[in-house]
Write a protein that binds this ligand. Structure first.
Ligand code: ZN
Length: 208
């Protein structure tokens, strides 16, 4: 049986969440791989399977009452992780998301509430710097909740996201990037394209 990382990468490639080609990234760098996690969530069955895979890697001693995700990117992942946790533990695990207006702090709206003492798993689809998900920590603490751990589909932080609490991810993605002048794909004669720019424009909130 393949290990979790290998199987998760395979599923990300199969759903088109990880693409191979010759891409011009928004940073101006070129890369042979590109990740757009929204493509995973076009396939709820696969997303549910990946959430169950993630949950199977969590220590049984890690107790979780609530999964909280930052909108928009983390919402579907958080929902699936909460469902998978509930199934695996035969317990009621709630799924909440936090929202914000541009430039404002994250808040819980829609009647969402974290009760004092509740243990909260913070969920994010792709962690690059971990900025968004870290902004949920003070929100949890202000409610009297306890941050239990972090859970992501993909860790793209190259080891830089190291929160105080445990951080679990299904895959570590570290795509090699090149300046245009030293890009081997350019040298081989192909030209870089913006990854799925039309498709992504409709889902800007999902992109990383
Ligand atoms: Zn290139």
């Amino acid at each position: 049986m393949p290990d979790t990382q290998t199987e998760a990468v395979r599923l990300l490639e199969e759903t088109g969440a990880v693409k191979t080609g010759h891409f011009l990234l928004s940073s101006g760098l070129h890369s042979g791989k590109y990740c757009q996690c929204a493509a995973l969530f076009e396939h709820p069955g696969v997303a549910a399977k990946m959430a169950a895979m993630l949950v199977s890697t969590l220590p049984p001693t890690l107790s979780v009452d609530v999964v909280l995700a930052p909108a928009l990117g983390g919402v579907l992942w958080g929902y699936e992780v909460a469902r998978a946790l509930g199934n695996a533990r035969r317990a009621a695990v709630r799924s909440l998301f936090a929202e914000r207006q541009t430039g404002q702090a994250f808040e819980l709206r829609r009647g969402f509430e974290i009760k004092p003492g509740e243990r909260v798993l913070l969920a994010e689809d792709v962690v690059t710097t971990g900025g968004s998900v870290m902004e949920l920590v003070p929100l949890v603490e202000a409610s009297g909740g306890v941050v239990a751990a972090f859970a992501a589909v993909a860790d793209r932080s190259r080891g830089k996201f190291r929160p105080e609490q445990p951080f679990f991810s299904l895959v570590k993605l570290d795509f090699e990037t090149f300046e245009q002048g030293s890009c081997p794909m350019c040298k081989a004669g192909s030209s870089a394209v913006k990854p799925g720019s039309r498709a992504i424009a409709g889902a800007a909130g999902w992109s990383r």
